[in-house]
Design a binder for this molecule. Structure first.
Ligand code: GLN
Ligand code: ZN
Length: 760
């Protein structure tokens, strides 16, 4: 009989009760004792649910007070020195200090967890001495056993992954750090063994990215140490998000189980398994149910996959699992009362995935299997055959677009001349990224309108008033290229999703993004289609109020896709092209309405990069193509802008150049000019604005700070092509500070222009 397991369960709770408890505690509205009690209830409730659903091996210790990497660092006492931590169990105040910052000490950096939208706290090892402050997995195991009679599977972040994700050490010190940590891991594992724990899940997702010979050697050292120390404990070496890099080496490691992702790493893992076989002494953790997607699985297909695996690994040595932790999907479809039944039937969030796993394992081999699985799969037919998923008009149009190279009719130099002739912009033109402060008043107005308390015309008039105010302000400040301010948008993806066909919005489809912050991504469930103008009204209105150019403002196809849950029946590339085709129609509508500058934001391009080195170029190629489909049909004199922010760009400058936008505005101040440095090596030949101040702080930057940023940039970039702008949109800022910062930016520009003319 096969057993079922999951790799982790969402923390946030069906009503986001976890988030609410954290925030109440931070705000001082929940005493520490009550808070701990509340979190315990939530944690046990989640375990109980998994038990009720019939999961055999239930993960424990995956629950967190903020983030599981921070938990691991805290367990090892790895707290940055600035928090004055004195050893012992890390107090909650210190734990949350590291996560969120305190009055005295800045928070640790956070960064994306592989290619997901979850962010973890990056451990800082510099100057820290590791020690085992508490055996967290053991505590979690004991609690589940005592309270619910569950013999759980403790989840632990493996040492290789933990160290690779940490910072504050030199690569030459890696092995020294490993030597420091291994005894602590050994102690944890020994105590678990003594407690009678059967399985431990040791997460090593790093093994799906680059793994070299040295790492393989380290793995041998790590896992033989563990197995020697706790020989009766079964370690499931767990990987996810892709296929493992060094399958042949990894299956030889002295562990009891190897967990592989057969959804996102399906091809690579299956091929390796078939080519190289699977050791007779090991258990295979078969991740067949998608832990990241929101769709029901075809269980008949999954059964076939398991049968294929059974040809290599006998059934009693297979554990049927989710492909990764369910952390990345919402809790339950139960709450969704407003979706169309056809769509709703096809969804599986965390709880429904538990049902799928239980059903799949229960029916395997049984005689009733075929019928039960078939019945489950019926739910998928409605959506599969729906009109929304089979729009021949869209399929044909996109096929047509794909058959031609998306290209502006003239190269940049010619367009530049046409645009200069039309706009007569000064040297070093100034602009902003799009949004202006969304005050409480603006948000209130939108609420009133959404609730129906304000009529459409009342709301429209209010938005126009805001546009009036900010057009005037921008003229007064002396900006050269203006924006309408995006007051009508809550969110740059949701706004477009609500206006395009093929999108749906859940009521409660929240997932954790970082800490207590949750996001509710739109669902792209059908073919995406343009249904009518989306931004023309506001943009045309804003342009009618000024003689200076107003940029139209759109979110790009790749960003919309990467920040949504997307259908999994067609390739992502195809979805990107559908979005691109829809957005192209908006670009054309704006141009027809007399808008001569159009910005298509793509802040999320980098996030979509595949984990596998070999797949990166392919992704970038179609991402760039999608952008060009969106923007390439305009006239030479129409200026296409784009914007990107908050990620590393230096290794994708060629792709950025390939997007062929007339102007890009790109964040630099947070990365302290690292980007400027990469332009010393890379030529960039199109219009470019490097953000001259960080918009994440309410502090008004001084003129001199921006001047030095501009001077630095102009040492490597052509002044004829250089623009001056903030790092990102200003929607989270206050009005006064925004106006003052922009005034300083214009003043810094004036100084830079003077310097340029003195040079001549
Ligand atoms: N145009 C958007 C804004 O200004 C861009 C936001 C972003 O880059 N995330 O708000
Ligand atoms: Zn931005």
């Amino acid at each position: 009989m096969m057993k079922s397991s999951v790799l982790g369960y969402p923390r946030i709770g069906a009503d986001r009760e976890w988030k609410k408890a954290l925030e109440a505690f931070w705000a001082g509205k929940l005493a520490e004792g009550d808070f701990l009690q509340r979190l315990k209830e939530i944690r046990l409730n989640h375990l109980q649910k998994q038990l009720n659903k019939g999961i055999d091996l239930i993960p424990v210790g995956d629950f967190s007070f903020y983030d599981h990497i921070l938990d691991t660092a805290a367990m090892f006492g790895l707290i940055p020195q600035r928090f004055n931590y004195k050893g012992g169990v890390v107090p909650l105040s210190v734990y949350y200090g590291v996560a969120r910052g305190t009055a005295e000490a800045a928070a640790s950096e956070m960064t994306k967890w592989f290619n997901t939208n979850y962010h973890y706290i990056v451990p800082e090892l510099q100057g820290a001495t590791p020690s085992l402050t508490e055996n967290k997995p053991l505590a979690a195991y004991r609690e589940a056993k005592a309270e619910l009679g569950i013999a759980g599977k403790p989840v632990i972040v493996g040492p290789l992954t933990f160290l690779k994700l940490s910072k504050g050490y030199d690569s030459s010190e890696f092995d020294a750090w490993l030597d420091r940590l291994l005894p602590l891991y050994v102690q944890i594992l020994r105590e678990l063994e003594q407690e009678g724990v059967e399985w431990v899940q040791m997460d090593e997702p790093i093994l799906v990215t680059h793994t070299d010979d040295e790492d393989v050697k380290r793995l041998g050292q790590i896992y033989s140490t563990f197995t020697k120390a706790a020989p009766k404990l079964n370690i499931m070496l767990q990987t996810y998000f892709e296929s493992v890099e060094r399958y042949g080496d990894i299956v030889k490691l002295p562990v009891k189980g190897i967990g592989l992702d057969f959804v996102h790493g399906y091809k690579g893992n299956l091929q390796a398994l078939q080519a190289l076989g699977f050791p007779a002494d090991k258990v295979l953790g078969a991740g067949v149910i998608d832990g990241r997607g929101i769709w029901k699985a075809s269980l008949q297909e999954k059964q076939t996959l398991l049968q294929t695996l059974e040809k290599i690994v006998p059934a009693d040595r297979i554990i049927v699992q989710s492909s990764c932790s369910l952390l990345h999907v919402p809790v339950s479809v139960d709450r969704e009362t407003k979706l169309s039944p056809v769509l709703r039937d096809a969804l599986a969030f965390a709880d429904e995935k538990l049902d799928e796993l239980a059903l799949l394992t229960r029916t395997l081999g049984g005689t009733s299997a075929a019928a039960e699985l078939k019945k489950h799969d019926q739910d998928l037919i409605g959506l599969r055959d729906s009109e929304e998923r089979n729009r021949q008009d869209i399929r044909q149009a996109v096929a047509g677009i794909r058959s031609v190279e998306p290209k502006r009719s003239e190269p940049f130099a010619k367009r530049y001349a046409a645009q200069q002739a039309k706009w007569q912009l000064p040297l070093l033109p100034t602009t902003t990224i799009g949004s202006f402060p969304q005050s409480a008043e603006v948000r209130k107005a939108r609420q009133l309108w959404r609730k129906g308390e304000w009529s459409q015309s009342q709301y429209d008039a209010y938005i126009q008033e805001q546009i009036d105010i900010w057009i005037k302000l921008q003229e007064e400040i002396g900006l050269d290229v203006l924006v309408h301010g995006e007051f009508e948008r809550t969110d740059m993806v949701e706004f477009f999703g609500e206006k395009l066909a093929g999108f749906a919005f859940t009521q409660n489809g929240w997932v954790q993004s970082y800490g207590s912050r949750c996001v509710k991504p739109p669902v792209i469930y059908g073919d995406v289609a343009f249904t009518g103008d989306m931004t023309v009204e506001e943009t045309r209105y804003a342009q009618s109020k000024t003689n200076r150019p107003v940029k139209g403002m759109l979110t790009g196809p790749i960003t919309i896709m990467n920040w949504s849950f997307v259908r999994d029946d067609i390739p992502r590339e195809e979805i990107a092209y559908q979005l691109a085709y829809a957005l192209r129609q908006e670009v054309e509508a704006l141009e027809k309405a007399g808008i001569g500058m159009i910005q298509v934001d793509e802040p999320a391009v980098r996030e979509g990069l595949p984990l596998k080195e070999t797949e990166k170029a392919g992704y970038l190629e179609w991402a760039v193509r999608a952008f060009r489909i969106t923007t390439s049909t305009v006239q030479d004199s129409t200026q296409i802008h784009t914007h990107m922010c908050y990620c590393e760009f230096h290794d994708m400058i060629d792709s950025i150049q390939d997007m062929d936008a007339d102007v890009i505005s790109i964040e630099t101040s947070r990365s302290h000019g690292e980007l400027i440095h990469s332009f010393e090596q890379n030529q960039y030949g199109l219009g470019i604005g490097l953000g001259v101040y960080d918009i994440h702080s309410p502090r008004v930057p001084a003129v001199e700070e921006m001047t030095s940023m501009i001077d630095r940039a102009l040492r490597v970039l052509d002044p004829q092509l250089f623009w001056i702008n903030p790092d990102c949109g200003l929607k989270t800022r206050g009005r006064e500070e925004t106006v003052q910062a922009l005034r300083n930016m214009v003043e810094a520009t004036r100084i830079a222009r003077d310097k340029q003319s003195a040079l001549k």
